[in-house]
Write a protein of this length. Structure first.
Length: 231
């Protein structure tokens, strides 16, 4: 499969597949990178679609950059990548995983992609941060006082980040969207998924006992079967 490295301003990216007028923008999740798109791109290319993947802030080739992986920076980068894509492809679709889905929802409320696929999406960041605060016995008063609180999970809860997501809820999503979700996802409750799907008329498929990160042989098989049907 063809693979070309490109730079979108300072953002390292990869274009996968043979030339086509149709492209999927691939937005990876936390602890991943643009190279993670290879399996997805293999399926997409067989269906005559190219794939454009890139490194989110603090991921892949950008791990050592002094540029935090916040929603504000993620939205800015997605805007730059989308502008690049509009000038190189006629038809644009979206695949996003986990945190990448939340960044995409925040970046593209006015973009109607041809099709959108979400894997284990984070759909309500305010709810997730509140859950993390409960897990760590942190209330809003303490977070406001400390500004940032490290957690045993390796994440840092930020007052500034929390205030931003509270002030910018996801209220609009015009794209036809298909979601694959594991019932043991510990980051997004089923009630959050159901509410989102009802509000925006999304199609939902669930994997019983599936986790947030699809990594076992069976989970990957289900994921690939879903992609074959939905791409």
């Amino acid at each position: 499969m063809n693979k070309e490295a490109v730079r979108i301003e300072s953002i390292p990216a990869l274009v996968w597949g043979s030339p086509s007028d149709t492209m999927y923008l691939y937005v990876h999740g936390k602890m991943s990178s643009k190279e993670e798109a290879e399996g997805f791109a293999d399926i997409a290319n067989r269906k005559c679609c190219q794939v454009l993947s890139f490194d989110l802030p603090e991921h892949g080739e950008r791990k050592d950059e002094p540029y935090a992986c916040t929603v504000q920076n993620g939205v800015r980068d997605l805007g730059l990548v989308f502008d690049y894509a509009k000038h190189h492809w006629d038809r644009l679709s979206l695949f996003a995983c986990s945190l990448g889905a939340y960044f995409s929802l925040s970046a593209f409320p006015d973009v109607a992609f041809d099709r959108c696929l979400f894997l284990s999406p984070i759909l309500d960041m305010e709810r997730l941060i509140q859950n993390m605060m409960k897990w760590c016995s942190v209330d809003e008063e303490l977070l406001e006082e400390k500004r940032e609180i490290p957690t045993p999970m390796g994440e840092t809860i930020s007052w500034q980040y929390y205030q931003y997501v509270k002030e910018h809820p996801i209220g609009k999503w015009p794209s036809e969207t298909h979601i694959l979700y594991g019932t043991r996802d510990n980051l997004t409750e089923k009630s959050v998924i159901d509410k989102f799907c009802e509000k925006f008329r999304c199609e939902l498929e669930t994997l019983i006992d599936g986790e947030h990160y699809f990594h076992t042989q069976e989970q990957v098989r289900v994921l690939n079967d879903w992609l074959e049907r939905k791409l």
